[in-house]
Design a protein around this ligand. Sequence first.
Ligand code: PRP
Length: 190
Amino acid sequence: MPWPEELERVLLTQKQLEDKIAELAAQIYRDYANKNPVLIGILTGAIVFMADLIRALPMDLSIDFISVSSYEDATTHSGRVRVLKDCSHDIRGRHVLIVEDIVDTGLTLQHLRHILQDRQPASLRLCCLLDKPSRRRTNVTADYLGFEVPDEFVVGYGLDYAEKYRNLPYVGVLKEDAYRKTCGVNSRGA
Ligand code: PRP
């Protein structure tokens, strides 16, 4: 695959991602091997991570997806999420593992956890590939975490810039002038 001009550098190589997913899968297998969990991926960014993670888990599990949109609540000035496409499983009494590509402010996951917790799963945990702790506005932490990343605009392996680069097989850092010139600051931008 050619090097995209808008990329400054590769942050995480395919090999680093592959090794980390094997580590995460080993931890998840240890905790869930006989629990037939439901893994819920958050669309759209989590799909690549989800696809690789489930293939590293030699055990019974179900997969599902949920799509949410984030918005700022004008009254409380807090982020909220609206469910655009709900998951289809009844998760009451099931062990649920949320699979996410990146935690940034943590607002998406904070609200999603409340939504899913109200459905009374047997347990609810979070597996997140990337964490950008410098931008956190909540106390959300991942139970299974891949990598901490710096406060830069990361793309690839599911993460996009204006819908581009989700299909890069690695994680890269976008050049600052690439996103400043078009949109200023993005929800995941520095
Ligand atoms: C990204 C990412 C998380 C969310 C994290 O999704 O996939 O869901 O932002 O941000 P937060 O911690 O500040 O809430 P995005 O809204 O870009 O949608 P996408 O997954 O479709 O790219």
